[in-house]
Ligand binder design. Structure first.
Ligand code: NDP
Length: 688
């Protein structure tokens, strides 16, 4: 057995022995010496692998949590409806493989300690948040968000309760099937009750929050704790905005928008131009803040995040004066013209991967067109949008024309359902896109949706190998893989696969994972512990489903990195089209290499996905490049490059990856509406 695998097997064995020991003698009784004795190795060896007792126990707890997380992901992948996905979460937690004396007692031994041991608390929190977020997101497709939150919390509490009761009965009453049945009956009962409560005869389904809504019925409160995912340090605590704040913001925006739209395009352009200059002047400071909040390397944020936002403001500053309708000749007795008018108050809702850039991509065209924008950043990354708000104010934007509100999905829903808002531009997951579109329909708002992807990157046999490898690295590991357009399905022609993979392996292994604030770091932290667990769960499934790991595949915990959410850039070879890592969006540093033999075959396989955000082709054959691109079902494509997004080119997806376009002139159409005007030049001819 190779050395790495031997070490891995030894670690796994020690973890299993630890779980046995916890089940037998509990947390206090489990010591390094005792584990060593049980495993038949020296205490020094256990210490060599895990350091102190806490290190070993954290690794064991993480293993237990990951087993359930992997089971949950497998069951979720098979579930075809939101209700089935909720059931998958229940079944994974209470399945026979987990609901037994050994596993259950070990879990409970940990539970007793989580409040006091930081490492265990992190694992437990990540596990709980992931489960709750899975439950909430599926329940939200069936019941209103507030109810979904409550029911998700109830389900989680019942799962814990069932485990506790089983343990207290010394596992005499531990029966996985009865436990699942109990939870199933409870969930079905609650869903039935809620359906009756919200049935049309009982009144309004999901009452829409609006300026005139009963504000007392919407209880959105609390704060958001902003955390640096590279260190766990708390960066800030922000209050969550609810109905009163959103109503006030919309009112202020409506008043400001009238003043703003009354300016000429050139005047509006000058304000945007000044904001761009302020962004550029504060590049270093803002890049640092973005790095602290997202975990992305400073070498990226200083070169891209702030400056691409400034590029965007400059681009639309230049276009603002040129926004115009058209003149239409209707013969000697009339003419017509169109006015391209702003929509009014619009809202932007951002994802957490490019917080400042997304805020700029949405606000710049919206403001250039004379709209006011209310922007809600993602709960995890709310800081730089607030700086943008200050920058716009300093640049001379009238009060209320760009406002940032803070909160989670519920705050987002207040925007999507508000009668005073005419458009929503969302960047987020496909599920969120569907929810937003459904909510926007209640007031017939326009929507632009920038959603997820699982994009193909195709490398033909005549491609320049180093360029193609560089494209694959850019398209998978930039921002630790948290990029919507990433080319995570890398199709390589059979004749060059071995050479490609070898070069890829070398260059991936050389990537420097480290402190995001260190300018030499190339791969930083993932956004949260929850997300890291999700990514590690996918990696585990890739292995389990037979993909061959050729780089990475593990969490990085060297030194201070142990406090953060770092995952090594990971490459799987020998992947198949039906593997989870190939079909589902991972949004982390995980690349899948697939082999193909001919052009038609690879086009069909590249298109065999519900997504359609992006695609890339590497080839030196000009004709083939254009022929293939024309057949790929994707909104944004690259030939012999990957993931470059100049502001001049429209960006967006087809199929489930979205609606509408950001950037380029195309975005102007999404932030304006046409008014057609007929002008008579003669007397009215009337039959009456
Ligand atoms: P989410 O969809 O979870 O969240 C996006 C935003 O929507 C957040 O601000 C979130 O609030 C908010 N939100 C969630 N539910 C609702 C709702 N029902 N109504 C209104 N607002 C809601 O996405 P992530 O933040 O996790 O971002 C990752 C996803 O974004 C990936 O799928 C990625 O592919 C996609 N993405 C797409 C891009 C594109 O241009 N096509 C670019 C970047 C990312 P909160 O988080 O505060 O709860």
């Amino acid at each position: 057995m190779p050395r790495d695998e031997l070490e891995e097997a030894r670690r796994a064995q020690l973890i299993e022995v630890t779980i046995d020991s916890l089940a037998d003698v509990g947390y206090v009784g489990t010591t390094l010496a005792q584990i060593a004795r049980r495993a038949g190795v020296s205490p020094g060896l256990v210490a060599h692998y895990f350091g102190e007792k806490d290190g070993l126990l954290e690794a064991a707890f993480r293993t237990l949590a990951r087993v359930v997380a992997v089971k949950m992901s497998e069951r979720l992948a098979l579930a075809s409806s939101p209700r089935a996905r909720v059931q998958a979460v229940i079944d994974a937690n209470l399945g026979p493989e987990n609901f037994d004396r050994r596993t259950g007692t070990a879990w409970l031994a940990f539970w007793g300690q989580v409040l006091h041991v930081e490492g265990l608390k992190r694992v437990q929190t990540a596990y709980q948040r992931r489960m709750l977020s899975n439950l909430r997101s599926d329940l939200r497709s069936m019941i209103p968000a507030e109810d979904a939150r409550t029911l998700a919390a109830m389900i989680a509490a019942m799962i814990d309760g069932v485990w506790l009761r089983a343990a207290l009965s010394q596992w005499q009453e531990a029966d996985s099937a009865s436990a699942c049945a109990l939870l199933t009956a409870f969930v079905d009962g609650r869903l039935r009750d809620l359906a009756q409560l919200h049935a049309p005869s009982a009144g309004v389904v999901n009452p829409a929050p609006a300026a005139d809504a009963d504000t007392g019925s919407m209880r959105i409160a609390g704060t958001i704790t902003v955390v640096n995912p590279a260190t766990g340090a708390v960066l800030d605590e922000l209050p969550v905005d609810g109905v009163p704040q959103i109503d006030a913001a919309v009112e202020e925006a409506a008043a400001g928008q009238k003043r703003w739209a009354a300016l000429t395009g050139a005047e509006r352009g000058r304000v945007l131009q000044r904001a761009a200059q302020l962004l550029r002047a504060r590049n270093t400071e803002l890049a640092e803040l973005e790095t602290k909040n997202t975990g992305k390397p400073i070498q990226e944020t200083v070169a891209v995040d702030v400056l691409s936002g400034a590029d965007c403001l400059e681009y639309y500053a230049g276009l603002a004066a040129g926004i115009a309708g058209e003149h239409l000749d209707l013969g000697p007795k009339a003419f017509g013209y169109t006015r391209r008018e702003p929509l009014g108050v619009v809202a932007g809702i951002g994802a957490w991967n490019y917080p400042l850039q997304i805020a700029c991509w949405k606000s710049a065209p919206a403001l250039a067109c004379g709209n006011a924008m209310i922007f809600k950043p993602a709960e995890l990354t709310p800081l730089t949008a607030l700086e943008l708000e200050r920058i716009f104010a300093a640049a001379g934007l009238p009060d209320g024309v760009f406002q940032v509100v803070q909160g989670r999905a519920e705050t987002g829903r207040l925007l999507t359902r508000h009668r005073g808002i005419r458009k929503i531009s969302l960047t987020g997951e496909v599920g969120t896109g569907k929810a937003v579109m459904a909510d926007a329909a209640t007031t017939l708002k326009q929507v632009t949706l920038e959603l997820g992807g699982k994009s193909p990157l195709i490398v033909f046999e005549d491609a320049k190998l180093d360029n193609a490898v560089a494209g694959a690295l850019l398209g998978n590991f930039y921002s630790a893989g948290e990029v919507c357009s990433n080319g995570t399905r890398v199709f390589v022609h059979r004749s060059i696969r071995a050479a490609f993979v070898e070069r890829l392996r070398e260059r991936t292994a050389a990537l420097r994972v480290g402190d995001p604030l260190d300018p030499r770091t190339q791969v930083g932290a993932l956004i949260s512990a929850d997300h890291m667990e999700k990514v590690l769960g996918f990696i585990a499934r890739g292995r389990a489903q037979g993909a061959r790991l050729i780089a990475g595949g593990n969490r990085v915990t060297d030194g201070a990195l142990a406090r953060g959410c770092f995952v090594a850039p990971t490459v799987f070879d020998h992947c198949h089209d039906d593997m989870d890592i190939v079909r589902r969006e991972i949004f982390g540093p995980v690349m899948s290499v697939l082999e193909f033999a001919d052009e038609d075959e690879v086009i069909a396989r590249a298109n065999d996905t519900e997504f359609g955000l992006a695609a890339g082709v590497f080839t030196n054959d000009l004709t083939r490049a254009h022929r293939v691109i024309a057949q790929l079902q994707a909104g944004t494509c690259w030939i012999n490059h990957y993931n470059v997004t100049p502001i001049e080119l429209p960006f967006g997806g087809v199929k489930m990856s979205g609606l509408g376009r950001e950037n380029g002139r195309a975005a102007l159409e999404h932030y304006t509406q046409l008014k057609s005007v007929y002008v008579a030049m003669s007397d009215v001819e009337s039959p009456y």
